[in-house]
Design a protein around this ligand. Structure first.
Ligand SMILES: C[S@@+](CC[C@H](N)C(=O)[O-])C[C@H]1O[C@@H](n2cnc3c(N)ncnc32)[C@H](O)[C@@H]1O
Length: 169
């Protein structure tokens, strides 16, 4: 595990990896935050964090491996077309399966949310001893089945390309 500024790390180290997944922060893009802000006048207005698009444009143009940038469906028309699966958008340089698995997270708010997230991710987040908000960590977590499906799809594309290259010689 590398503890660093992920945005800068991508720029400095992208070439050392065969596969890159980035999930930049979503709060400034999310529909629920946007609608909540609209209805509460005192809520601080924020610009959408465009580092999301910086990473997509960077990977599209500089990186030759397979990559995924994942985020929520935004409250505005995405600036760069993406593949929509469930409640998320995925920008990739390979085609995703139409179905990333049949696990669906039920929307639960209030006191039951934390337990619902622990059940969904099959992990007890109360074991976490750090200073961050446990519910927020659990909310941020990518569904393991969707992640595995996407990673295996990328591996399949890479393997096929390798086989084709071997056949040429
Ligand atoms: C959308 S969440 C992604 C969570 C991750 N995909 C997972 O499954 O746990 C974004 C995460 O990036 C972290 N983050 C935000 N800016 C960062 C930065 N510059 N460098 C490293 N991490 C950052 C946030 O604290 C948050 O945990």
């Amino acid at each position: 595990m590398i503890v660093a500024d992920a945005h800068q790390y991508l720029l400095d180290h992208y070439n050392e990896f065969d596969f890159i997944w980035s999930s930049p922060p979503c709060p400034t893009h999310s529909r629920s935050n946007f609608w909540a802000s609209k209805t509460v006048d005192s809520r601080k207005k924020v610009y959408p964090d465009l580092t999301l698009y910086q990473e997509i444009i960077f990977l599209q143009n500089w990186y030759s491996g397979k990559w995924v940038v994942e985020n929520v469906i935004p409250y505005y028309e995405p600036l760069i077309p993406a593949q929509k699966r469930g409640r998320h958008l995925y920008w990739t340089n390979f085609k995703l399966p139409s179905d990333l698995g049949d696990r669906r997270l039920a929307i639960i708010s209030g006191k039951k949310e934390f337990k619902g997230l622990c059940d969904f991710h099959e992990y007890d987040f109360s074991k976490y001893c750090g200073s961050q908000n446990k519910t927020k960590i659990a909310r941020n977590l990518v569904d393991y089945e969707a992640g595995k499906t996407i990673f295996e799809t990328a591996l399949g594309v890479i393997r096929k390309k390798d086989v084709r290259q071997t056949e040429l010689f």
